[in-house]
Ligand binder design. Structure first.
Ligand SMILES: [Zn+2]
Length: 67
């Protein structure tokens, strides 16, 4: 019975929120980051990929796979 109880507990426990990462839409690299700007309210956000040199307002957001 103890086993069943722990199984039920596991089912009820909310799954840990998956950590999301952003990847480059061009090359799929995770070496992409949001270019910080002081005029963040005035300019659209720009992502910069250090792998392929992509710069743009679009990035892909994916759930990080468990290792
Ligand atoms: Zn890239």
């Amino acid at each position: 019975m103890q086993k069943l109880k722990s199984m039920l507990k596991k089912l009820r426990e909310p799954k840990a929120a998956p950590s999301r990462i952003i990847v480059c839409p061009r090359c799929g690299s995770t070496h992409i980051r949001l270019l910080s700007s002081m005029d963040v309210w005035l300019t659209p956000r720009v992502f910069v990929c250090s792998n392929c040199g992509y710069t743009g307002p679009i990035c892909l957001e994916v759930e990080k796979e468990e290792e």
